[in-house]
Design a protein around this ligand. Structure first.
Ligand SMILES: [Zn+2]
Length: 307
């Protein structure tokens, strides 16, 4: 078990929200151990706090949103993915608008910002949720499965009837280097034919070729082209990594997602938390009751000693 981590100093960035189009400034700040990720709306009286948790997840199209008492923060998934990918557990996030900035549409600007702040190990070890029996959520032809595994891995399949996408499959073995190099740079994408409908729905108002890969019927409108041939499926993995932060702690298991999206990612998180017999908590802090310890294989019970 590794120690919990936060950042060494506050860092700030600003930009435009992808869906609201609002200008927004974000300051990431160190947070004490066992805080998790907590958003603070500095533009709302009383500076309400919204902890990242499935309990606070709010239904939203095409993005992940958390809210408490009518105060929301939208499109949090790319920042959450950056934190997850770098193993940052505790963070305060001051934000002065209802949506995080899109930046370049990937998680790389958030990764750079977090690395600029520096990563600070803390005194307590990070608890993990280890899947011991498989779980699946299905919605028509979309599905996600999580199975027990020694190391975390995500395999994602997408299938779009578009000449630049088609069927793409990507397997990501979770590691900091693979996240930073292979997953974080993948940008969000959308289809030109859907743009007007999105605008009518009040979404995508801040979308542009600077923060979204936009596909016409024939090809890609972005002049610089793709960062990877399979940038689309890599971005879906990025979104999944961010959305899994709604669990509140890292999960160990092998995830297989097919044609999935934010709503099904959130359903998987809920299903995991409801299915108490399908996972064990590996924690150095909260001792597992002695009776329960005997039921678990020794490999699943972490030693509280530090090395
Ligand atoms: Zn995304």
């Amino acid at each position: 078990m590794r120690f919990q981590q936060t950042i060494r100093k506050p860092v700030t960035c600003s930009g435009v929200g992808l869906h609201t189009g609002c200008r927004v400034s974000v300051t990431l700040k160190p947070a004490p151990q066992d805080t998790g990720i907590v958003f603070i709306r500095t533009d709302v009286g009383g500076n309400p706090r919204v902890p990242v948790s499935i309990k606070h997840a709010r239904p939203a199209l095409l993005s992940t949103t958390v809210g408490v008492d009518g105060v929301q923060i939208q499109t949090i998934e790319h920042l959450l993915a950056a934190a997850a990918g770098l193993g940052i557990d505790n963070l305060y996030v001051d934000v002065d608008a209802p949506e995080l900035p899109a930046l370049d549409g990937s998680a790389t600007p958030f990764v750079s910002l977090l690395l600029e702040a520096g990563i600070a190990p803390q005194d307590r070890r990070q608890a993990y949720l280890k899947v011991v029996r498989p779980l699946e959520v299905v919605d028509g032809d979309k599905r996600i499965t999580i199975r027990p595994a020694a190391e975390s891995r995500v395999t994602y399949t997408i299938d779009y009837a578009h000449p630049m996408i088609g069927r793409q499959v990507y397997a990501y073995d979770c590691s900091r280097d693979a996240f930073v190099g292979d997953i974080a740079p993948a940008r969000t994408f959308g289809f030109l034919r859907e743009v007007e409908a999105l605008w009518e729905a009040g979404l995508g108002l801040g979308g542009s070729l600077q923060n979204t890969l936009i596909l016409s019927e024939e090809g890609l409108l972005n002049e610089g082209g793709l960062r990877f041939d399979d940038e689309f499926v890599r971005h879906k993995i990025l979104d999944l990594i961010g959305d899994m932060m709604l669990l509140g702690l890292p999960v160990i298991g092998e995830i297989e997602a097919v044609r999935s999206g934010h709503a099904l990612h959130a359903r998987l998180v809920s299903r995991i938390l409801e299915s108490r017999d399908n996972w064990v908590l590996i924690s150095a802090q909260a001792p597992v009751p002695a009776g329960r310890l005997r039921e678990l294989p020794p490999s699943l019970v972490a030693s509280p000693s530090r090395d």
